[in-house]
Design a protein around this ligand. Sequence first.
Ligand code: SF4
Length: 206
Amino acid sequence: MTTPTASVAPAKPPGPEGLRPEGPLPTVTQAAVPFIEIETLRAREFLPAAREALTSLIAEQGQTKVIRPVFNWAGRNSLFPLHWGLACCAIEFAAAFGGRWDAERFGVVPRSSPRQCDLMIVNGTVTWKVAHKLITLYEQMPEPKWVIAMGNCATGGGPFRTAYSVVPGVDKLVPVDVYIAGCPPRPEAMLDGILKLEQLIRERKE
Ligand code: SF4
């Protein structure tokens, strides 16, 4: 009786003619272009060429016209919201960064220091007691910065609008760029608000 042994898969037939380059294919021991040469190419030729093209474009169209879209593109694709929560809407804020909605795929990465943030998402009831802290956090964020009022409480006080202790809308304290309705808004609504803010940043002129 013979013992079964592992078999080798038969060699694949060559592909259609004309799709393969002439001669032997390069192997790992025959590096066609050494890595260091590619790096040298980028440094010596690509960057000076890019600089020359950009300089002539700026001379032709003016600095603001050329640089502003680049800043807008970078800013809207790397929004850093402040990592904080005020009330029940903060649970939806947290859920938006979980595996199911994955807000980070839009380049939105929460940061825990206001000095590294350019977006404040006010996600809950703002009381007068916390108002001065909110303003301090906003002022610690560097320019340019944006604010999203997430949910009915942040937008206008929500179900607590008439309470003596509640700020009837966070726009009484800081300038708001986007309002998201709902009590609470779902994570999809928060993502929609972020996409609307990205649209605002895209159209920013100053
Ligand atoms: S809007 Fe509704 S869910 Fe959001 S903080 Fe206010 S009461 Fe809570």
